[in-house]
Ligand binder design. Structure first.
Ligand SMILES: O=P(O)(O)OC[C@@H](O)[C@@H](O)c1c[nH]c2ccccc12
Length: 257
C-alpha cells in the first residue's frame, strides 16, 4: 500500500503548482503538547476516509469538525490532505487555519522539498514526516528545511528498527510511534510500549492510531507519551465534543487557552 501511495505522490509532485501564500496566525505544536489541556496532549484528526476503513464519515464538514475539536479541548489538530487515499484536501487545512486558533498539522506523505514549500504556503504550523518513505538522510534534510521555514515536524516510525535508524541520524523534537502495522493495518498499543524506552529524553513522544478510550490513554501515558493522535474514534462519535469527552472519560480541562 505504502509503495502505491508513494508512486501517486511522485506523479502529483511532478505536476504540483505552488499555491499563493496564505496569511494566518501560527501556533506551536511542540508548545501545545508541552502544556496540554488535560493529563495527556490530544492531536485530534480531521479524517474522512482511509485505505483500510474506507469512508469513515459520510457527512464530512472539516471546518465544523475542527471547531468542535477546539471546543472539546483538543490541543492541536491534524488534517489529512491526501486526496486519493484519504479523501482529504489542502483547502481543508487552510480553511481550518483561518478560523480555529490551534496548531494545525498537515498529514500527508511528504517526500519532496516542493511539498514542504506547499505546506508553508497553505498555512500549516506543522507536518508529518514518515521514516521509511525516503532514505533517512533525505528525511533529515526535509526536517531541517521545514524548521528553517518555520514549520515543525512530527517524525513517525512504525518499528523499533526504524526508530534506531532515525536516532542514529538525528533526534527530532517530536517523535510519533504509529501503532498501526502498515502491512496488516491492525493496531496494537504494544508498539508504543515496546518503543518508549528508546525515545530520547529531549524528544516529545506521541502515540498514534488505534486509540479509543481512557484506558488506552492511560496505557500510553504510563510509558511516557506526551500526546496522542486520534482520528477514527473521534470521527465516528456523535459530535467532536462528545468524542473527546468520551475519550477522556469525562476528565475536565485544567486550563483553557
Ligand atoms: O484513525 P486512528 O486509528 O485514530 O489514527 C489516526 C492517525 O494516527 C492515522 O490517521 C495516521 C497515522 N500516520 C499516518 C500516516 C498517513 C496517514 C494516516 C496516518
Amino acid at each position: 500500500m505504502l509503495e502505491k501511495i508513494l508512486e501517486t505522490k511522485k506523479m502529483e509532485i511532478a505536476a504540483l503548482e505552488l499555491p499563493e501564500q496564505v496569511d494566518v496566525p501560527h501556533h506551536s505544536l511542540y508548545e501545545a503538547l508541552r502544556s496540554p489541556n488535560r493529563s495527556i496532549g490530544l492531536i485530534a484528526e480531521v479524517k474522512k476516509a482511509s485505505p483500510s476503513k474506507g469512508v469513515i464519515k459520510e457527512q464530512f464538514e472539516p471546518v465544523a469538525i475542527a471547531k468542535g475539536y477546539k471546543e472539546g479541548g483538543a490541543d492541536a489538530i491534524s488534517v489529512l490532505t491526501d486526496v486519493k487515499y484519504f479523501q482529504g484536501h489542502c483547502d481543508y487545512l487552510t480553511a481550518i487555519k483561518q478560523v480555529v486558533s490551534l496548531p494545525v498539522m498537515r498529514k500527508d506523505f511528504i517526500i519532496d522539498k516542493k511539498q514542504v514549500d506547499e505546506t508553508v504556503r497553505i498555512g500549516a504550523d506543522a507536518m508529518l514526516l514518515i521514516v521509511g518513505t525516503v532514505p533517512i538522510l533525505e528525511l533529515k534534510e526535509l526536517y531541517e528545511y521545514a524548521y528553517s521555514q518555520g514549520l515543525e515536524c512530527l517524525v513517525e516510525v512504525h518499528a523499533k528498527s526504524e526508530l534506531e535508524e532515525l536516532l542514529a541520524s538525528f533526534s527530532p523534537k517530536i517523535i510519533g510511534v504509529n501503532n498501526r502495522n502498515l502491512k496488516t493495518f491492525e493496531t496494537s498499543l504494544t508498539q508504543t510500549e515496546e518503543m518508549s524506552d528508546l525515545i530520547p529524553d529531549g524528544s516529545l513522544f506521541v502515540s498514534e492510531s488505534g486509540i479509543h478510550s481512557k484506558q488506552d490513554l492511560e496505557r500510553v501515558g504510563k510509558v511516557g507519551a506526551a500526546g496522542v493522535l486520534v482520528g477514527e474514534s473521534l470521527m465516528r462519535a456523535e459530535t467532536p465534543v462528545a468524542g473527546i469527552s468520551h475519550l477522556f472519560g469525562g476528565e475536565t480541562i485544567a486550563a483553557s487557552s
